[in-house]
Design a protein around this ligand. Sequence first.
Ligand code: NG6
Ligand code: CA
Length: 515
Amino acid sequence: MMKSLSITVITLALFILNSCNAPQNESQEEKLPNVILIYADDLGYGDVGAYGATEIRTPNIDRLAEGGVRFTNGYASSATCSPSRYALLTGVYPWRNKNAKILPGTAPLIIDTKQVTLPKMFKAEGYHTGIVGKWHLGLGDGHVDWNQRISPGPNEVGFDYAYIMAATQDRVPTVYIENGHVVRLDPNDPIEIDYNQNFPGEPTGKDNPEMLKMKYHHGHFNTIVNGISRIGFMKGGEDARWVDENMADTFLVRAQNYIMEHKQEPFFLYYALQQPHVPRTPHPRFVGKTQLGARGDVIVEADWCIGELIKTVEKEGLLENTMIILTSDNGPVLNDGYYDDADTKVGSHTQAGPLRGGKYSLFEAGTRVPFITYWKGQIKPLVSDAMVSQVDLLSSLASLTGSQLRSEDGVELLSEFMGQEDQGRTNLILEATSRTAFRQGDWVMIPPFDGPAIAKNVNIELGNADEYQLYNLKDDLGEQHNLAESNKEKLEEMVSAFEEIRGTDYGQIQQLELK
Ligand code: NG6
Ligand code: CA
């Protein structure tokens, strides 16, 4: 009797113990999904199969799109990189920060270390946070010694782990930086960087074109690294310099390792690909994969990397507990400074799909980009026309983790990102090289701006005009018919709604970044 009673008590105790443990773990898993944000560089609205490309095969991106939400009105916060990334990580419009412009490799960090950020939000909810890939938000305080620990940087704004390139693939320093330390740096061969002056005796693209394997078209004629001349001057760090053709593999392996190392805890991984930004340097195994030259080939390479990354997530048993977001920092450009056949071999490919403009442009193709959310078993396939922006991710992903945090300019759109609603934003400030425009509903208003209508070197329509432009995207997705004259009422409504958010001091801002 006693014996059977004590067995019953023990069994009961075990049962209670178990029922305390098991469901708690389960619900924790449900509550804290991993998030992987895959961020391409200069990938256009029409560059992938899921958005209509036929000349570039992107099966892995397409699989995400077909199994998740494919947004047709998904926006980057700016038509260039640094401002877009600033908004992505802070949830603040880039025009609020005068330093959020395309940055040189020596620029100081433009995110205040006290500022709320996407990774900090995740950290506060118990996540491990990592970034692998392109940073381009500045490092240090303006006087970086590249031979010491470089700080502040990604670690100081919320990333527990960081393996980055400082700026862009076409800018020095051409080295990887892991948690503030240049990887493979030989202390006997210190790195020096200068954006104004060369170091005596160092070859440059301008003076030593015979040393180049890829010719520059405009800009990009300073220090030569790996047969490619860059923006800015660099000396030393020979062993630390990257080999461009291996960059995709380097970042991929780091991202995969990150996932494997942190699979036991909820994690946020920001995987910031370098493709298809210039210089386009596909690994030899991807050369010729398209008929479009290097630009097409690096998009295929990026797609392969994404496929491999997803395989890792799946192999680790995490696919059903991981939300994957894929988007791009700005619209597409063909010739962005090197002769790489992107423009001569483009053929029938339309990198911007049906949209007007491209990178640097206030027209739609500047900021409207591929935008996909995928979560196996949680998100049902959907094509969503909801207007969403990357500036919304902080507030929306906060909701996902249960955080109450909301950013200054973000709208909480978790239901849209989960494919449960398709309402989206009602309006959005568009930005390109410090100029701003306004979308509200189906309408876009672009104020008058000085400057060239077309940026000659890159051959892209910028959106500059002497008069106001007003387009109705519902009937005129390609922004061909300016209705500003014929629909004054709408124009006035748009201008006043725009000024309510933007203020009236947005006028003739110098467009320093473009010649
Ligand atoms: C421009 C560069 C361009 C690219 C861009 C930044 C020249 C002439 N052009 O100034 O090649 O580097 O900056 O691209 O130097 S982004 O995607 O990082 O914004
Ligand atoms: Ca970019």
